[in-house]
Design a protein. Structure first.
Length: 277
């Protein structure tokens, strides 16, 4: 389903201080009222064994989320639209079971797994994409949701005290693509509504993780090495559709030039750089 992608608002002027504090309370409070980490793994046609690439991605995800306060883990299997309903239900369940087994082998809180559910086929139109083969590839997956306890107000205070940026960590892109997940679109809708009330200009900067040196990542849709640009443009186009003025916005890809360090998830991000009031 997704990679955790961070949207960062960087402050350029003291005049914008009130905006940041307001923005922080509007969104951080919502973000931390329910704290879920989501991840998806993808499968080839008619199989429930992971490829080497997907196995590596899953292992990295598990190693970066080893907190002891896991409340529950939910695992949901899916298929594309080909095959009978009964066949797809069985295959999706086998995919979910395969991921559960990996959790058990890795000793990743198997006792906290509350749901292992094969849900059969998904409808084709999960993203704005005209190529059925791309959409089917995205539908052949297992979604993993790890739930943690609610955060307290102290975290909100700490975020408010940051002088340079506010980080929102629930904007998610589908792995290897510039498509947002449906849940992330709700967050971006809220971002758009807040931005429409402001007057400053800004640059949308896309970032990626996990490439050699400072290289950009490959966009699986186009097979071009410009994923950071594609994700920045996706956010640009989305905000434009929501009514943010074109004259206030621009976008650029930063590739892998500015990794934050730590979890790779934090490098899969989009930053919004404030230029002027």
């Amino acid at each position: 389903m997704c990679e955790i992608t961070t949207i960062v608002f960087q402050k350029k002027s003291v005049v914008l201080k009130n905006f940041y504090i307001l923005f922080c309370f509007l969104f951080v409070c919502n973000l931390y009222s329910q704290f879920n980490i989501e991840h998806s793994v993808y499968f080839d046609t008619d199989v429930y064994n992971l490829t080497k690439t997907e196995t590596t991605r899953l292992q990295k995800f598990l190693s970066s989320n080893t907190k002891e306060d896991v409340l529950k883990i939910e695992i949901y299997g899916f298929c594309d639209d080909r095959g009978s309903n009964n066949y797809n239900l069985i295959l999706s369940q086998n995919r979910a079971n395969a991921i559960k087994e990996i959790f058990s082998q890795a000793s990743f809180f198997p006792e906290k797994i509350s749901t292992v559910d094969g849900r059969g086929e998904l409808l084709l139109n999960i993203v704005d994409e005209s190529d059925p083969s791309v959409i089917r590839a995205l539908n052949r997956r297992v979604d993993i949701v790890i739930s943690y306890p609610e955060k307290n107000e102290k975290i909100i205070e700490e975020v408010n005290k940051q002088e340079n940026k506010i980080i929102l960590e629930n904007v998610l892109f589908i792995t290897g693509y510039s498509y947002l997940t449906r849940l992330s679109k709700k967050t971006l809708d809220d971002v758009a509504e807040t931005l429409k009330k402001e007057t400053f200009s800004f640059v949308i900067q896309g970032h990626v993780c996990c490439t050699e040196g400072e290289l950009d990542a490959v966009d699986r849709k186009t097979n071009k090495r410009n994923l950071s640009i594609a994700r920045a443009k996706y956010v640009y186009d989305y905000l434009l559709k929501k009514g943010v003025k074109k004259s206030r916005m621009s976008y650029e890809g930063m590739a892998h030039k500015y990794p934050l360090g730590g979890s790779e998830d934090k490098d899969r991000r989009v930053e919004i750089l404030i230029l002027s009031d």
